[in-house]
Design a protein around this ligand. Sequence first.
Ligand code: GLN
Length: 301
Amino acid sequence: MGWFSLPETFVSSQASRVNVKDSLQHAAKVLVNAGVTSADINAQWLMTHVLGCRRTELALKLSEPLSDEEQARWDEVVAKRIQRIPLQHIIGTVDFCGIELDVNEHVLIPRPETELLAEMAWVVAASMNQASVLDIGTGSGCLAIAVALNARKATVHALDISANALEVARANASRHGLKERITFHEADMREPLPVNGLIDLIVANPPYVPSRDIRDLEPEVRDHDPHLSLDGGEDGLDYYRSLAENLLPCLSAEGRLMMEIGEGQASGVADIIGCSGGRVLEILPDLNNVERIVVASAVNS
Ligand code: GLN
């Protein structure tokens, strides 16, 4: 054996190593078989997590072999995803409007549809100068944080019934330097508000899935999102009833109530708002052309 020869154990472990490209391809196949949608994208995100790189950097690493340690972590994360554990719980974070947020089983994973509500909310809040904003059922804090970051003069309050969710939301706010800007309240959104004075903008993504539909949701949602943040009662509209009744009287003269709604709920929610002394100003579709956001005011404003 010459001086330059490699020990046999090293050679064989090198030879058995799989590169990034083959690992991604294999994972995409097994994830499809497990019923995961967008399996290839999921595999890429899992790989960036294992390699600690950006998704755009993956292309440069395709021919690199995984180290033993990376391989072990890769096997572990793919196995978790096969069990339909949400990608965001495995990675521990989600990107919401370009803001990285921590998530866990205590909060609803922020959805792309809700980014539309966030964007509309911060545009309105910024146009109001020193708006007072309230996020109802804040969960991860996504709406409150996106508004506070993009409407720098707004005073933001956020409430949630779950102490565990508030812990996540507070940590996310601190992480983005918003500890002093957002006041968190542990409160039931169906009760009168814990905030004094009139509010300029109230945003809410309340639970709106009809109770009987929960069992048919994707396993990632059904088994991992808190049912507290999904279950909207028999017709899915329970929370809109109490929100319209409790919140409309709390709006300032120019105040707006902006809520996310489920598919097919626009007319039901509009009726509820009308019956509670409110006026629907706009109903906006999401990127899939599903009516998704209701903007309302109090009638006399
Ligand atoms: N949009 C969620 C879903 O996909 C539901 C969120 C909610 O009820 N607010 O199931």
